[in-house]
Design a protein around this ligand. Structure first.
Ligand SMILES: Nc1ncnc2c1ncn2[C@@H]1O[C@H](COP(=O)(O)OS(=O)(=O)O)[C@@H](OP(=O)(O)O)[C@H]1O
Length: 401
């Protein structure tokens, strides 16, 4: 019986001991796992906080560029409090932070109300570019705005004015109105405010340009341009007046199917004896006559004459002269051009609008109709004295036949 009692007692103790042990194990496990979870959470929180700070920093730097580097405490730390309320303005659609270019290391000691970053933050080249752009745009006077032109391509019609404009606007410091505005000859009554509205946006240091070839031959234009700005620089492309007249005629004929022949229009009474100086394509070629009017308002030094022939043969040379005249660095060079044998004209490797090689449109470089050689000779004879006068006035011998 004693043995039986003893057996029963030891069994009970054993059970109790086991139960106590199990309880202890359970309590210890629970405690440890809580401890582990807590440590883990705390670790994670710290890590994500760190990450959050770096991300915010990048976003703010990328978008606002206030450059919140605070050296107030002679420590290199970033005070995120100073960023609260900053309006984030996106500068660019892509905010990629790849292509790391520069590393900003901000190690540091922290201080009150400031978050110290003990990490290395990497900023991309793109972000730095946005920085520079923003700073530029924020500089007083550097906000893009429209200005009246400083330079005009005033003519001459059908001499290569479009080519000149397209070539010179490759320069980053030149901005031009895309189409002919015709302010001084057709829309003058609308006022300068209207004119300025047709100009492109520019920033400080950029030249505003416009080309309307009819300005050269319109009576009131020299006076009006002078009234707007007596320092306006004037570019004049000129071409052998005979080929210019044929080009002018070709353009008109392309719009009118029943146009008379060139020879019928250029001469009076069907013979080549009398040149019809009232016919527009002939009249415009008497350059000396129109130049006289311009020189009543502007000194010769404010005009630059560009050879339409050389603009085709050697565009880089003529564009070099134009850049010098406008006080621009020679940025547009022969590297920008190639000769397109099919078109028979120089074309652009790339431009502001397109990054692939391209030529001027179909209306530039048209095939001219055959003109009787006797008519051409007679016109050459007619222009010769006027050309000589023009060479004298400009001091340039254009060597037209
Ligand atoms: N690179 C290049 N490509 C094409 N055409 C060129 C070029 N350079 C000068 N030219 C000559 O420009 C002539 C047209 O002159 P404009 O642009 O002044 O014409 S317009 O007055 O604006 O209508 C145009 O006249 P046509 O040949 O009669 O069409 C061309 O001879």
């Amino acid at each position: 019986m004693f043995i039986a009692w003893f057996n029963g007692l030891s069994n009970r103790s054993l059970v109790i001991t086991i139960l106590i042990c199990m309880s202890l194990i359970y309590v210890s496990y629970t405690f440890n796992s809580c401890l582990l979870t807590s440590i883990n959470r705390s670790f994670k929180r710290n890590a994500s906080r760190q990450l959050l700070i770096s991300t915010n920093l990048l976003e703010v730097v990328a978008n606002v560029t206030i450059a919140p580097y605070s050296n107030n405490n002679n420590n290199s730390f970033i005070n995120t409090n100073s960023l609260i309320g900053v309006h984030i303005v996106p500068l660019s659609s892509t905010n990629s932070t790849n292509n790391s270019a520069t590393t900003i290391s901000s190690s540091s000691s922290s201080s009150n109300n400031s978050t110290s970053i003990n990490s290395i933050t990497t900023i991309s080249a793109h972000v730095l570019e946005a920085f520079a752009k923003y700073r530029l745009l924020r500089q007083p006077g550097s906000r893009p705005s429209r200005h009246l032109p400083d330079t005009l391509i005033i003519g001459v019609k059908k001499s290569g004015t479009r080519a000149l404009l397209e070539f010179i606007r490759l320069h980053p410091d030149v901005r031009a109105a895309g189409c002919e505005v015709h302010f001084f000859d057709r829309h003058y009554q609308r006022g300068l405010h209207w004119y300025r509205h047709h100009m492109p946006y520019t920033i400080e240091g950029q030249i505003t340009m416009e080309k309307t070839p009819s300005y050269f031959v319109t009576k009131d234009v020299p006076h009006r341009v002078h009234k707007m700005n007596a320092s306006t620089k004037l570019l004049v492309v000129v071409r052998d007046p005979v080929t210019r007249a044929i080009s002018d005629y070709t353009q008109a004929a392309s719009k009118k199917s029943d146009m008379k022949h060139f020879e019928e229009l250029a001469f009076v009474n069907g013979s080549y004896a009398v040149v019809d100086t009232n016919w527009g394509p002939v009249k415009i070629g008497v350059y000396a006559r129109y130049l006289e009017k311009w020189l009543q308002y502007f000194p010769l030094s404010q005009l630059l004459f560009i050879s339409g022939e050389r603009l085709i043969m050697d565009p880089a040379y003529e564009i070099g002269r134009v850049q010098d005249f406008l006080g621009l660095k020679r940025v547009v060079t022969e590297k920008h051009f190639y000769f397109n044998a099919t078109k028979g004209f120089p074309c652009l490797l790339k431009s502001e609008a397109r990054s692939t090689p391209h030529c001027l449109g179909k209306t530039k470089g048209r095939n001219h109709p055959h003109i009787d050689i006797a008519a051409i000779e007679r016109l050459r004879e007619f222009y010769r004295p006027f050309n000589s006068r023009f060479y004298q006035m400009t001091g340039i011998n254009f060597a037209w036949p």
